[in-house]
Unconditional design. Structure first.
Length: 356
């Protein structure tokens, strides 16, 4: 769990930053404790943590609200589940809560696959806003998701926008969230993008501002009209917890990730092997975090036994592109992640392990 806070002390007005809005706007909605709460369901590498940081700073420094941002993620590696939370309130109110957001007023879903996961919509109240990065139409989403009465449902092809603009999906999602919820203020969010990316990645600033604008402009929304006025049930307690997890983190089912499909974590790009350039040096395999490279014992050009690279198992490839960076003869190149290519050129690892 990582925590970053963007809070202001209402007792020290003299120390307020210049960017602070002297008259904070009213919160669009509040829970019983006076908080407006945002939850982002994402996957490591899609930038939800940074998006939360930008939203929190925009609300505090740009709009004069009080707020906190924090994220939770597991093994801190690309491809693992990430949740990022923003909690906002009026500046006079103290904010001492750092528990996960269970009942979000604004829920952002950063990957299409998460729409089908049972936990994604948990705790959603009637009248909330849901923003999804997806190529599915609003009609398809409405038919698939079990949304409560009065939900504002929004969709945007954030991945498509990011690929076209050479940026990342998080700024497209920020534009979509601001558009769908009419909150926080778009100008404050853009100023924060400039402040944060202007110091960290100035080369990507223009592309990300264009991505934000397109996310805002290309978002489509509908309001769910149903007679059912029930919230989505909250998360059930996990099956394993501190009281009953096996000691030492013992795995009862070793090798249980053999059927794991990492393709859902990719962001539109994959490596392609150019076999005629490959020298079978094995460097790519040493840096690949997910053992995607498939080898077979054969004979080399001189007729000696050798392990030769057969290809890539795209089921496990999450598109981190680390292998491309290390390949000495440039036998790995970046290409679009299109289904026909992956289907034609995937070399299944399980065949070589003798596993069905
Ligand atoms: S690093 Fe490049 S040359 Fe070496 S085995 Fe991998 S693809 Fe082939
Ligand atoms: S991009 Fe390369 S290093 Fe990264 S997971 Fe895929 S095959 Fe492995």
């Amino acid at each position: 769990m990582s925590t970053s806070r963007a809070t202001q002390d209402p007792a020290t007005p003299d120390s307020e930053p210049e960017t602070r809005n002297p008259k904070p706007p009213p919160l669009p909605r509040q829970n019983a404790w006076g908080f407006y709460e945002i939850r982002m369901e994402s996957i490591g590498g899609l930038g939800a943590h940074l998006a939360g940081q930008i939203l929190g700073e925009a609300a505090v420094l740009g709009m004069g609200l009080n707020g906190a941002h924090f994220s939770s993620y597991g093994s801190e590696k690309r491809g693992t589940p990430v949740k990022s939370y923003v909690r906002l309130c009026e500046p006079e109110r103290e904010l001492r809560v750092s528990s996960p957001v269970e009942r979000p007023h604004l829920l952002a879903i950063f990957h299409d696959t998460l729409l089908d996961a049972p936990f994604t919509l948990q705790g959603l109240d009637p009248g909330s806003t849901v923003v999804a990065n997806t190529r599915r139409s609003l009609g398809e989403l409405f038919g698939t998701l079990d949304l409560p009465q009065g939900t504002t449902l929004a969709r945007v092809d954030a991945l498509g926008i990011a690929l076209q603009e050479g940026s990342r999906i998080n700024t497209a999602m920020l534009g979509a969230m601001v558009r769908a919820a009419s909150f926080p203020d778009a100008a404050a969010v853009k100023e924060t993008i400039v402040r944060i990316l202007g110091t960290r990645r100035r080369d990507l600033l223009e592309a990300n501002l264009r991505t934000f604008d397109r996310g805002f402009a290309e978002t489509e929304t509908l309001v769910v009209e149903l007679s059912v006025d029930e919230p989505v049930p909250r998360r059930a307690p996990p099956r394993l917890g501190y009281a009953n997890t096996p000691r030492g983190g013992l795995l009862y089912a070793p090798g249980n990730s053999i059927r794991r499909d990492n393709s859902v974590f990719r962001e539109g790009r994959i490596p392609e092997l150019l076999p005629e350039k490959c020298t079978h040096c094995g460097l790519c395999d040493m840096v690949c975090p997910d053992y995607c490279f498939v080898w077979q014992e054969e004979t080399d050009k001189r007729g000696r036994p050798a392990m030769l690279l057969q290809g890539i198992d795209y089921q496990y490839c999450k598109g981190c592109m680390t292998c491309i960076a290390v390949c000495p003869p440039k036998a790995l190149v970046e290409r679009p992640d299109d289904e026909a290519f992956v289907h034609a050129y995937r070399v299944p690892l399980v065949n070589y392990l003798g596993t069905p």
